[in-house]
Design a protein. Structure first.
Length: 131
């Protein structure tokens, strides 16, 4: 198991370095993103926002929020506001004649991590919303 975790951490480190280098290249050599780059961004937004309301419902239902009924009510309303946002990215992709790319590992990990945080440490998840 330790070896698997090491490989995972190395893969994450490699992906972060590749992203940094790709962004640096774009900033230095391109005046704008290509359609494919924009479609990749929209696909990521589609996957990250699709189902995100579950995080806020889970946080609202957590026992740590029992003393804060107004916050709970706000989180339920916020979840409903956030729920359809994935459709914006989907419609932009459709207007480009594209479909969302398959969900990437980082988007899957993001959902798993933050849904877990909402269920176990809701204030961590709420803090992440600010970024």
């Amino acid at each position: 198991r330790g070896n698997d975790m090491y490989r995972l951490l190395e893969a994450i480190k490699s992906a972060q370095l590749k992203l940094k280098m790709d962004l640096k290249h774009v900033c230095e050599h391109q005046s704008a993103f290509t359609i494919e780059q924009y479609a990749s961004y929209l696909s990521m937004q589609y996957h990250v926002t699709n189902g995100v309301e579950r995080h806020f419902y889970a946080a609202a239902g957590h026992r740590d929020l029992e003393p804060y009924p107004k916050l709970r009510k706000f989180l339920v309303q916020f979840a409903e506001e956030e729920r359809p946002h994935y459709k914006i990215a989907f419609n932009d992709l459709k207007n480009l004649g594209r479909e969302p790319h398959p969900m990437t590992l980082d988007a899957k990990l993001w959902h798993q991590y933050f849904l877990h945080m909402a269920q176990t440490k809701p204030f961590v998840r709420l803090g992440a919303t600010c970024f």
